[in-house]
Design a protein around this ligand. Structure first.
Ligand code: ZN
Length: 147
């Protein structure tokens, strides 16, 4: 690993370099590696951004189809086609595979804390999560009663 403080000190010392040729070669190799890694990360970011963009456009198209095109079923077909291509249709036999809200709660990128009943949540207050308004009210009642 290059000692960046040493390199910076050498650069500031102008005519009195205190860095060896081996260190310069190591530094240039590290800069090349970092540049290559940066390019790879930018390409990955571009790919992910384009996939997200296309998914948003497909959902927008689904709504347009529903409201101004061939109706609800045709609108849903946009979403089915978008998910089927990469093999992302939900497994209806998986946990929460028959409940859209619980499915979303369980599989979103940053799930809330689980509800006291064990279900994944979509309502969060402080550090607690709730799967329904009813369970949020029940917990609030219990919390108030225990104080
Ligand atoms: Zn619950």
């Amino acid at each position: 690993m290059i000692d960046l403080d040493k390199l910076e000190t050498a650069a500031r010392a102008a005519n009195q370099p205190s860095i060896s040729n081996a260190e310069i070669l190591e530094l240039t190799a590290e800069v090349r590696r970092l540049r290559k890694d940066t390019v790879r990360r930018l390409e990955l970011t571009k790919t992910i951004s384009e996939a997200l963009h296309d998914n948003i456009v497909a959902m927008q198209s689904a709504i347009i189809e529903w409201q101004h095109g061939r109706g609800t079923e045709a609108g849903l077909q946009w979403i089915v086609n978008t998910l089927m291509g990469p093999g992302q249709l939900p497994d209806f036999d998986a946990p929460y595979g028959k409940n859209a809200q619980l499915w979303f709660n369980e599989h979103q990128a940053h799930p809330f804390p689980r509800c006291f009943c064990g279900n994944p949540s979509h309502i969060a207050t402080d550090s607690r999560g709730y799967c329904s308004e009813e369970h949020a009210r029940q917990d609030a009642t219990r919390t108030t009663a225990s104080q």
